[in-house]
Structures are given as C-alpha cells and as structure tokens.
Write a new protein. Sequence first.
Length: 279
Amino acid sequence: MSAAVAAPARPAAVRGPRGGALRWTALRALALAVLLAAWELVVRLEVWPRVLVPAPGEVWHQLVLASTVHDGVRGYSGHLLGEHLAASLGRIAQGTGWAVLFGTALGLAIGTLRPVAVVLEPAVTFLRTLPPLAYLSLLVIWFGIDEAPKVWLLLIAALPPVAASTAAAVRGVPADLVEAARALGAGRWSLLGGVVLPAALPEILTGVRIALGVAYTSVVAAETINGVPGIGGMIRDAQRYNQTAVVIGGILVVGLSGIVLDGLLRAVEHLTVPWRGRS
C-alpha cells in the first residue's frame, strides 16, 4: 500500500487566484443584496417618510426616467443621464489633467530645490486644507458662471495631493541610486528624467488617484453654479424640489463612476509600475 495517499482534487472554481476572485465577487454581491434588503425594510417599516428615504425601486425608476425620453420629456432638465455624467466627467478630466501637469512639476521643484520648497510648500499645504466652497464664490467673481470657475475649482482642489505626493516621492528616492547615476556621468536633467522621476512614479500615481477622488468630491460643489448639464447640477436641481430619489440616484452614479475610474487608474498603475508591491 502506498505510503502517501493523494488528496482529492479541489474543484477548479475554488482553486487559485481565479477562485479567490470569484469568492470575493460573491461576497460583494451578498453585501450589496443585504444592503438593498435593509434599505427596503426601512422603507416598508416607514421609519422615515418616503419623501426623505425613497425605496430602491423608486430610485431605479427615476434613473430610468433620467436616461430616456418619456412623455415628450428628455431625461432630466432636458438632458439624458449619460449627458449629465459626460459633462461632469469632462470637467473632472480638465481639472484633474491640469492639476496632474502642474502638480507634478511643482512637486518635482519642491522635492529637488530647497528655496522653492521653503516658499511654495506652505502654499500647497494652505490650498490642501481649504474646502472647495471656500473659494468657489471668489472664482465666480473672477471668471463668471460659465465653465471656467468649475474647471478652476477642480484644478485647485486636485493639485495639492499631486504636488505633495510628488515632493515626498522625490525626497524618498534612495540616495545611493542618485549617487550611482552621478558616478556614471548623469547630468541634472538626465538624472531627473532617468532616475528620480521613474523611482518616484509609484507615489506620483497614488497622488493622481487621490487627486481624482478629491475632484469627484468637489464636482457637486463646482456645479452648484450653472451646472446643468452635469451630474452635480442635476443633484442640486433635484434638491431644490425635494426630489430625493433623483438626488440619491445622482449620488450613486457619481460613486459608481468613481469606482470605475479608480479601477482604470489601478490598471494603468499595474502597467506602468508592475514592480510595485513585489519584494
């Protein structure tokens, strides 16, 4: 009789990374189902009036109405839900894009040049502590009520995380790596572009993800002024008329689209810095 008995093979669905991913997906689906059931139960028990807490089905119905043409009405406020979302994403892309461009350059300067750090690092900290609504009114005075103040607000909100993470990443580049590059004859610009920036890239991408999240949290504030079309403008308009289901639906759309974009940034991070997290 053999000394070792082979263990029965486990089902393929529960082995390996794929099986783990399926289990986590199932757990998330279960948690979502429990949340929806609890929400529906609260509504049926009438813990709060329906005008304050509408049922999940009512929120879904409003999202469907906002996404279609019904009884001659096109979506919500004359725009489909996809158009509202596209307008907000366009503003977020502009604001975050400029913030990444200027924030990375500013962070590199702060991290490598001591005089620049002494002068500008407190300004970055100052901006990072300001809530967007604190300077929205000033931006409206300066730029009017069109697109400019919205993009500027998102830029100012998203720039500090990028600058701060870039500066910290540059300062954290191993000194022996820099000295080795200098010993091989690397000049200032080749050292910056060939050594410092690649070494700091993982933390810079983390700053970009944080900046995108800050821009998302600021978009509703940015669109309180002439924000239609825009998902934040839709939420603001629905709030004026106590359309709670539309407000909740808009919040869900913002959150879900934010999850999708964060997942895309994670994928970009895995492609550009595949060594991160590996020993």
